[in-house]
Design a protein around this ligand. Structure first.
Ligand SMILES: Cc1cc2nc3c(=O)[nH]c(=O)nc-3n(C[C@H](O)[C@H](O)[C@H](O)COP(=O)(O)OP(=O)(O)OC[C@H]3O[C@@H](n4cnc5c(N)ncnc54)[C@H](O)[C@@H]3O)c2cc1C
Ligand code: FES
Length: 284
C-alpha cells in the first residue's frame, strides 16, 4: 500500500462520497471529532475534512466529503489506487465525552458526515445517543444505516416529508424535549443557521449545547489566523481551540459573514474545474 492511497471509494448519494485512505500515522492517533487537512497535489489547496472513522490496526482513516467546489471536484476524479499528495493530522480537539450519560446529536445536511463520528464515538464510549438526522429531501439522505447501528435512536427527518418524518431538525428537537427526554448535552453539526437555532432551543431548555464549527482553514495549527471565530467575546482559532465550542457563546452572525468572504472566487474556480472535467483524469 502506498502512503495516502485511496483503498476504497463509495458514493453515498449524487454529491457525497466515502473514502477509506491509507494514512497509518494519522490513524494511530485519531480520536472522534478530529479532522485532517489534505492536498490533492502539490499545487492544490489545503482543505479540512473530519475523520468519519479510523482503524489504527489497519492504518486507515475514513473521510466523507460533499462535492462543493474545486478541490472536492478534483477528488471526484480520483479513484481507488490513487494517492493524495499530503494528509496532515489529526488536528483539533477530540469530542468532549467525560461525565456525559445521555446526549442528543443533531446533524443537518452535509453536517451529518461530521456528526457521524461524534455520535458513533459517543455511543461506543457508553453514552446514550439520540440522533436527529435532517435533510432537505429523500435524495440527500445519507448514513441512515450507520447512524441506526451506532446510536440508541436515530430519527431521520426531511424538510419536504419525502422520506420518514416531515420536520426540520429544530422541530424534532423541540418535540423530543416536549416528550420529556432529558439530555446532558446537545451537539449541533450543520449549517451555521441551524446550529444557531438548535443552540437557542437548548439554551431555553437549560441544556448545554456544543456546536462543531467550520471556518476557513489554511495551516490548521493556529498560525495563520484564517479560522478565527468570536467565542464569548474572545478570539479563538477553530483549528486548535475547536472545532467544538459552547454554541451559546458563538458570534453566529460574524461566522456566517466570514464564511462567505471567498464566494465569488470559489464560483470562478468551480467553473474552471468544470470545463476541464470532460474525460480528463488527473491521477493515473
Ligand atoms: C474542521 C472542518 C471539518 C470539515 N469536515 C468536512 C467533512 O467531513 N465533510 C465535508 O464534506 N466537508 C467538511 N468541511 C468543509 C470542507 O472543508 C469544504 O467543503 C471544502 O474545503 C471545500 O473545498 P472545495 O475546494 O471543494 O470548495 P470551494 O468552492 O473552495 O469552497 C466551498 C465552501 O467550502 C468551504 N471551504 C472552502 N475552503 C475551505 C477551507 N480551506 N477551510 C474550510 N472551509 C473551506 C467554504 O464554506 C466554501 O464556501 C469541514 C470544514 C472544517 C473547517
Ligand atoms: S487554520 Fe490557521 S489559525 Fe486555524
Amino acid at each position: 500500500m502506498k502512503m495516502y492511497e485511496i483503498l476504497s471509494k463509495r458514493k453515498l448519494n449524487h454529491d457525497i462520497t466515502w473514502l477509506v485512505i491509507y494514512a497509518p500515522m494519522v490513524a494511530r492517533k485519531a480520536k472522534p471529532g478530529q479532522f485532517i487537512i489534505l492536498l490533492t497535489d502539490e499545487y492544490g489547496e489545503r482543505i479540512p475534512l473530519t475523520m468519519a472513522g479510523h482503524n489504527s490496526e489497519e492504518g486507515t482513516i475514513d473521510l466523507i466529503y460533499a462535492t462543493v467546489g474545486r478541490t472536492t471536484m478534483l477528488m471526484d476524479q480520483m479513484g481507488e489506487g490513487d494517492t493524495f499528495f499530503s494528509i496532515v493530522g489529526p488536528l483539533g480537539k477530540p469530542t468532549h465525552m467525560e461525565g456525559l450519560k445521555r446526549v442528543c446529536v443533531v446533524g443537518g445536511g452535509t453536517g451529518n458526515a461530521l456528526a457521524y463520528p461524534i455520535a458513533a464515538g459517543m455511543h461506543n464510549h457508553g453514552i446514550q445517543v439520540d440522533m436527529i438526522s435532517g435533510f432537505k429531501n429523500k435524495d440527500l439522505v445519507i448514513l441512515e444505516e450507520e447512524f441506526t447501528a451506532n446510536t440508541d435512536r436515530t430519527f431521520v427527518v426531511t424538510d419536504d416529508g419525502s422520506y420518514k418524518e416531515k420536520a426540520f431538525t429544530t422541530d424534532k428537537l423541540k418535540s423530543l424535549l416536549a416528550e420529556g427526554n432529558e439530555y446532558d448535552e446537545i451537539i449541533a453539526v450543520g449549517p451555521p443557521i441551524m446550529m444557531k437555532l438548535i443552540c437557542q432551543i437548548a439554551q431555553e431548555a437549560g441544556i448545554p449545547c456544543v456546536a462543531s464549527l467550520t471556518a476557513y482553514m489554511i495551516d490548521g495549527t493556529g498560525m495563520c489566523g484564517g479560522c478565527r471565530a468570536s467565542i464569548g467575546g474572545e478570539d479563538k482559532f477553530v483549528c486548535v481551540d475547536g472545532p467544538e465550542f459552547d454554541g451559546t457563546l458563538v458570534d453566529w452572525d460574524e461566522l456566517i459573514q466570514r464564511n462567505s468572504y471567498y464566494r465569488e472566487q470559489e464560483a470562478h474556480d468551480r467553473e474552471h474545474v468544470c470545463r476541464l472535467t470532460g474525460g480528463v483524469r488527473y491521477y493515473d
